[in-house]
Write a new protein. Structure first.
Length: 58
């Protein structure tokens, strides 16, 4: 979350992370730092918070 704060995406990341109560949340190194959300063996969505991609990638 410190990375999201530095990149001024904390509000969007916080909103997206609320769904961790519904789907399992996993941290990943994809794009320098991401959260991925899973339903069983299927990834529902992921968010990149590193800022290395130039935008908040959802």
């Amino acid at each position: 979350m410190a990375m999201a704060s530095e990149n001024k995406t904390e509000e969007m990341v916080t909103l997206c992370r609320q769904l961790r109560e519904v789907w399992g949340e996993n941290l990943a190194n994809t794009g320098g730092g991401s959260f991925r959300y899973w339903s069983g063996r299927r990834m529902v969505y992921g968010i990149n918070i590193s800022g290395q991609l130039g935008e908040l990638d959802i």
